[in-house]
Structures are given as C-alpha cells and as structure tokens.
Design a protein around this ligand. Structure first.
Ligand SMILES: [Ca+2]
Length: 274
C-alpha cells in the first residue's frame, strides 16, 4: 500500500515536471486552450518563436518590451525582429503606459504574448516618432496566434493597416487591410479599397488559442484556421501601401481586441497554399 502511494507520488512528480516542461512558466491567467486546436504547420511547442524565412516582412514575438527616453517621449515598444519596424506599446507623456501588457499566457512553451483589455489597448507601428505601415504587397500572408476572451461591444482587431493624411493622424483614408474576429466569432479579413470582405465558416470558441492566417495570392483571398483552409473568395486584390499598422485594433471601426495576441508574422508570399 505504502509502496503504491509512493509510486503514485512519483508519477505525480513526473507528471508535474512534464506539465511544467510542456506549459512553461505559470501564466497570469489560466491557459484555457486545447493543444489539439493549435496544429498549424508553424506550431512548435518547444519554441517561443515563429520562424523567419526569406519572405518574412515583419515578425513580432511579443516576448519583451523596451523602454527609453532616446526618441522623444519616454516610450515602451516591442521589436520587429526582421525589419526594425517596431510597435509602440505606450508613450508615458500621453497615456501613462496605458496599453497592452505582456502576459505569460501563450500557446508556446516559453515566451510571452500581449494581453489586450478591449479598452483602447493597441500597438502601433512607430519607432522614434517615425510611423510605418506596410509597403504594397500584391501577395502576402498575415498570421498570428489569437485567444479572444470576450467581445465587449466590438470585434477583436488583430491587424489593420491604413494611411494618415496628416501627422496628428486625425484624418485617415480607408483602411488598406483589416483582419480580426467578429462578434459572431467568425474570423474576417477585408481589403476595403477593393471592396472585398471574407468571413470564416468556423466559429471560434472564446478563451482558446488559434493560429489564424489570411493569405492573398492574386487569385484568392483566403482564411486559414490552425493551418487548415476555411474559406476563400476570388479576387486579384492585394494589400496596398499604408503608413500605419495597428495590432489589437481595427482602425476604421475602433474594434479593440479583448484577449491575447502572439507571434504576428507578415510575409510577402501566400503561405499555407493548398
Ligand atoms: Ca511570443
């Protein structure tokens, strides 16, 4: 009997160790996701990072933030490991660091994600006062790991790009690109200049991690969920030039995300083609 209990104890210790190894550091909120739901070709449970390829335009691991006085207001930003097109998290003068917070809740074994509270949290492409968006991409992929926890009156904006007419950005032109999860729990992507919108067939569950990708290849705009093609629409439209890029918000509709976003990667080719 005693031996049996001891055996169970050892199994418990081993199970705990395996759990620690597989889950990484304790999260600030429970990791409510199903590992089977995350099975994209790029999923690597032993890594905190998506990969950089020759076709990667931008990649944000969201594992760290940096702070400095060096470029105008005291700012906190997160790094684009490919192009240096960093994203500003908050500027002290303006918002007292209001904004998204690093979180240990990530589908990966280590690293961090960004937690967005659904109340004006978003990251914006800006480094030392120089805003940036995306250069024209006739073909491309935008992807991220996303865990929507709640819809608080708006969709969850994952990535949007747009152009501001003046430096204060109080006048914008139509978004060039919108990618998010709508309040009906369907993934959506829009190319407003072309008048093209696509929604997923699949309904996402709240509180679960998914790998969400949208691709455009000159023939089709597509949505992939966990690496599986979900829906597509015929269009030759691509994503045009922009001078701003937001993560966690659809700019034109102020659709702030409530949930977690990790590993945003932008590529100049359509990945996941089938
Ligand atoms: Ca990460």
């Amino acid at each position: 009997m005693r031996k049996k209990i001891k055996g169970i104890g050892m199994i418990g210790v081993i199970a705990s160790l395996l759990l620690m190894l597989s889950c990484g550091p304790a999260s600030d909120e429970s990791q409510d996701y199903d590992a089977n739901e995350i099975s994209s070709p790029e999923m690597d449970a032993n890594s905190s990072d998506l990969k950089i390829t020759a076709n990667t335009v931008s990649l944000y691991h969201f594992n760290k933030t940096y702070e400095a006085w060096s470029c105008g207001p005291y700012a906190r930003w997160t790094r684009d490991v490919v192009s240096g097109y960093d994203l500003i998290v908050g500027e002290y003068h303006y918002d007292e660091y209001r904004g998204a917070k690093l979180s240990a809740n990530t589908p990966f074994a280590s690293g961090k994600s960004f937690k967005f509270d659904g109340i004006k949290d978003y990251l914006v492409g800006n480094r030392c006062g120089f805003y940036h968006g995306l250069k024209n991409l006739p073909q491309g992929t935008v992807e991220a790991y996303v865990n929507v926890t709640l819809f608080s009156g708006s969709a969850c904006g994952i990535v949007s790009t747009y152009s501001c007419v003046n430096t204060d950005c109080d006048t914008t032109v139509s978004d060039a690109f919108e990618f998010g999860v709508d309040t009906d729990r369907k993934v959506f992507v829009s190319l407003p200049p072309a008048g093209v919108t696509l929604k997923s067939n699949k309904l996402l569950k709240l509180g679960k991690w998914y790998h969400l990708a949208t691709t455009w290849d000159g023939s089709y705009l597509k949505i992939y969920i966990n690496g599986v093609l979900d829906n597509k629409v015929a269009t030759n439209a691509g994503v045009g030039d922009s001078n701003h890029l937001d993560v966690g918000r659809i700019q034109n509709t102020n659709a702030y995300c409530k949930g977690y976003i990790d590993e945003v990667r932008i590529s100049r080719v359509a990945l996941y083609a089938k």
